[in-house]
Design a protein around this ligand. Sequence first.
Ligand code: ZN
Length: 239
Amino acid sequence: MKRKLRVKFLAGCILMIAGCCFLLSHFTFSDEKGFISNTNYTIKACEYSMPTIVLDAGHGGMDAGGVSISNVYEKDITLPIALMIGDYLTDYGYQIVYTRVDDEIEWIGEREELQRRIDLAEQEEADYYISIHLNASNAYDDGVYGFEIYSDFRNEEITQLAYAIENGLNGIGYTIDRGVKNTQETYSLYVIDQNTVPALLLELGFISDSDDFNYLNSQEGQTNIAQAIAQSIHAQLGE
Ligand SMILES: [Zn+2]
């Protein structure tokens, strides 16, 4: 009797193992051959979209921003650079939203204008917000020049992106690197600290410095800077 039970038990075990193997092989078989699971993967791949990035060309309209010694406005340098960064990023597959694509903005006041720009980022459910600016010193050619990047260091991911862009700009070597700065330690910047979307503000150089300005105002300089920024963003986010 005992022996019979043992035989039955063993037979049961063998059946169970065989059953499991069958199910497993059946599952594997249909996973490899079955269109259903393959289709699911395809749908998943289609649903994945590249990040949405807001590119904010600083100033615009009656807000000129800084002014060069030769009377060129900051707003007219930030715009082509932002548009070019957008072109490169679009080629990489990113979704780009611009806060402006020309000089036509309905000016309703500085704070309201900035709020409108960050509202746009929220409405578009953007992943990142990058604001493009030029710095200005107290006097022309007073020896203050270089680029700097502002980030809220409490957000590690966006700060890593800031360092990536810093490296990219250093690769051109057009001016000195004034560093990546923490808005929690320097001063608050509206488009970073009031933004619901992780944001950076790039000060690409001093419009008040002749060397920085000449480079930033040139076609070659703008192209190199836009390309370096787009490549850095893609190296950080897209690969
Ligand atoms: Zn500015």
